[in-house]
Design a protein around this ligand. Structure first.
Ligand SMILES: NC(=O)c1ccc[n+]([C@@H]2O[C@H](COP(=O)([O-])OP(=O)(O)OC[C@H]3O[C@@H](n4cnc5c(N)ncnc54)[C@H](O)[C@@H]3O)[C@@H](O)[C@H]2O)c1
Length: 325
């Protein structure tokens, strides 16, 4: 299948391109920047909001995996106008061009943050009604979901919406919590946790996630929504311990901060398991190990961006709350 991956040069998108190649598909990337990982994959460089670029990128394409977005909430907060242009308007431009081009399936990358931050004891599944978003980023992602499904209703464009858990693993942004702790630990510095560290999130190892994205191309996934999440929530304390176990014995220190009351929702991955046959395979400790190996390899390359530039202070760890939406 010829598959266009928007945002294919990014963290998750680059892994999706790997998994498409593994599955025998024929990927094409649409991104603002050339992929550091796939110089050998056909790439259209340009802006999602540019109709002509998008039309060119869609030529001969069977399915679109739409991952391009302003996905770093620090960037979102700095530039909501750009975020609106890319995440909302850009999605509409792509949908319209996909409809005109007769694309068979449009897959939209969303986030479990659409469920909000309510710590519900009940499992949140894809039929859980969505409340009003608190963050502008989430607002644009919900808008993208709505645009996608309503294009399906209006124009019979087959769609799939995927709500990703919090991805971690090789190629991750250095400001996220696993990279921040890893950078600190590699520098032999203490891992600082704000509060008691029981606040937790539903992580998913990025290569597993990318397999789930490719799995969603099956006919059964037409006009369906899926959560693609790890098996269980992981606390900040557990992350620090996992990093310390891999990197070496650095102290874990608690500083004053928010109480550990944010548990994140209990998000169900059952539908993806039943209908797509997709389940995350990588245990958190193994995923952290693979991330640390990747960082170490990258650090040995002269030009590579490494996590060593990361500000892994407690403030950064607090900020991860927002930078991993
Ligand atoms: N990283 C997370 O924590 C997370 C969690 C849930 C969902 N998501 C969603 O997954 C998708 C991918 O996220 P990511 O973490 O890989 O982000 P990323 O920033 O690593 O990748 C996004 C890619 O989109 C490209 N892009 C941005 N604006 C563009 C434009 N106008 N035209 C063309 N390309 C453009 C960027 O150059 C980048 O390569 C996003 O839709 C995001 O909302 C991310």
């Amino acid at each position: 299948m010829k598959v266009l991956v928007t945002g294919g040069a990014g963290f998750i998108g680059s892994h999706v391109v790997d998994k498409l190649l593994d599955a025998g598909h024929d990927p094409r990337i649409l991104d603002l920047i050339p992929s550091p990982y796939h110089s050998d994959v056909e790439t259209v460089l340009g802006d999602l909001g540019d109709r002509e670029i998008v039309q060119r990128a869609l030529e001969g394409v069977d399915a679109v995996l739409h991952l391009a977005a302003v996905a770093d909430v620090d960037q979102v907060a700095k530039n909501p106008t750009l975020t609106d242009q890319v995440n909302t308007r850009g999605t509409q431009v792509l949908l319209e061009a996909a409809r005109e081009a007769g694309v068979k399936r449009f897959v939209y990358a969303s986030t479990i943050w659409v469920y909000g931050d309510a710590a519900s004891p009940e499992a949140l599944d894809e039929d859980t009604p969505l409340g009003l978003p608190k963050h502008f980023y989430t607002a644009t992602k919900i808008a993208g979901e709505m645009y996608t499904s309503s294009y399906g209703e209006l124009y019979d464009l087959e769609w799939t919406i995927l709500r990703f858990g919090i991805p971690y693993g090789p190629r991750a942004r250095p400001t996220a919590v696993v990279p921040a702790f890893t950078a600190k630990a590699l520098a032999g510095q203490p891992l600082m946790i704000a509060g008691d560290g029981t606040q937790s999130r539903r992580f998913v190892y990025v290569e597993d996630l990318a397999e789930g994205v490719v799995a969603s191309l099956v006919p059964e996934a037409a006009n369906r929504v899926y959560n693609l999440v790890g098996r269980e929530n992981t606390s900040v304390r557990a992350i620090a311990r996992a990093v310390r176990d891999v990197v070496g014995d650095v102290p874990i220190e608690h500083i004053e901060g928010r109480a550990g009351d944010l548990r994140g929702g209990n998000i169900s991955g059952e539908r993806a398991a039943t209908e797509l046959g997709w389940e995350p395979r990588t245990a958190f400790a193994d995923g952290v190990r693979r991330y640390v190996e990747w960082v170490t390899e990258e650090a040995s390359r002269p030009s590579a961006a490494t996590a060593s530039s990361t500000d892994g202070t407690a403030a950064a760890v607090l900020r991860q709350e927002s930078s991993e939406l």
